[in-house]
Design a protein around this ligand. Structure first.
Ligand code: ATP
Ligand code: MG
Length: 299
């Protein structure tokens, strides 16, 4: 659309796996919204950033059409629709801006348990049921395998039992759905997670600054997600023994205390800080150990 907008509009899933984590992540970036009664459009309060609540499949198209500026969607959906556009000779109209670290799953080939899988060539002449025809077709071409793609919009995992296909190509996370249907994943096509999707090019109006602000906050929120601030005191002389015990930490800050040889140390730790690790630090001479949640970070 030609209209210049001075607000940023982000499409997220209305309900489903990505709906809550997407909202939580955007809220962690300092955004808040006035709830609307129809629950389709949420007007941004703290910043001029509005939400549109939609089906995940619609998100790439909304970006392509300029109805929305950004969206939170699975990489699997984004790549499939991008592949579909390319397959039809159309120019790319959206791309991944950031990986968001939730909604992890993979698009995989799965076959009946009894199949002694040797490799992609096993699929030659077979029927493969999927909701991801573009990605599957691309992959088969790369592998040089000639197979028939059977398009199903849902319940792909029961296709082999119904005799519609010999194999499937579907999303897998735990694998529980597959094993409940006597199938096993044998080959990964795409490692997926939720991503922030946007147009191919930057915005050239006020939305560009809003998007930059959002990306900076997003990077900060993603960086400190699962991070903890670890603080303790210790005699300076023990530092060389203590530092190697810090769990997956960034360069710690060491502060001299007014009296004597003691220092206070703080370190940003990525990943879990376990009780066991705290006990090891204490045995090595640390005192007053404290673990604090980190809510934001601006580098
Ligand atoms: P909508 O009504 O919005 O179309 P949907 O049923 O297509 O919803 P969900 O099942 O909520 O979508 O899945 C959304 C996304 O979650 C998927 O596209 C995928 O990126 C991710 N995901 C993570 N794990 C799984 C899984 N085990 N199965 C399916 N999707 C998964
Ligand atoms: Mg969907």
């Amino acid at each position: 659309s030609a209209a210049v907008r001075d607000r940023l509009r982000i499409a997220i899933q209305k309900s489903g796996r990505l709906a809550d984590p997407a909202r939580q992540l955007l809220a962690a970036c300092g955004l808040s919204w006035r709830e609307s009664r129809d629950r389709l459009f949420c007007y941004g309060e703290t910043l001029p950033v509005d939400l549109l609540l939609v089906r995940d499949d619609d998100i790439p198209g909304l970006i392509a059409d300029g109805v929305c500026d950004l969206g939170v969607v699975g990489r699997n959906v984004l790549l499939e629709q991008d592949g579909d556009r390319r397959g039809n000779g159309r120019a790319p109209a959206f791309r991944e801006w950031r990986a968001l670290g939730f909604g992890g799953c993979r698009l995989a080939i799965a076959v009946p348990d009894a199949w002694q899988w040797q490799g992609p060539q096993d699929l030659a002449g077979k029927r493969i049921a999927t909701s991801y025809p573009a990605l599957l077709t691309q992959w088969l071409a790369q592998q040089g395998v000639d197979a028939q793609v059977v398009l199903l919009s849902g319940s792909v995992e029961i296709a082999p039992r119904l005799g519609q296909a010999e194999a499937i190509c579907d999303l897998v996370s735990s694998g529980a759905t597959l094993s409940a249907n006597q199938l096993k994943a044998v080959q990964t096509l795409v490692e997926s997670e939720a991503v922030l999707a946007g147009p191919v090019d930057r915005f050239d109006d006020v939305r560009g600054e809003l998007a930059d602000l959002l990306l900076r906050r997003l990077d900060g929120a993603l960086r400190v997600r699962n991070s903890k601030l670890l603080m303790f005191q210790a005699p300076r002389g023990l530092l060389s023994e203590l530092l190697p015990l810090l769990p997956d930490a960034e360069q710690p800050t060491v502060m001299r205390l007014d009296d004597g040889d003691d220092v206070a140390l703080q370190a940003l730790c990525h990943g879990a800080v376990t009780w066991q690790r705290l006990e090891e630090l204490k045995r090595a001479g640390a005192r007053g150990l404290m673990v604090l949640p980190v809510e934001g970070m601006l580098a």
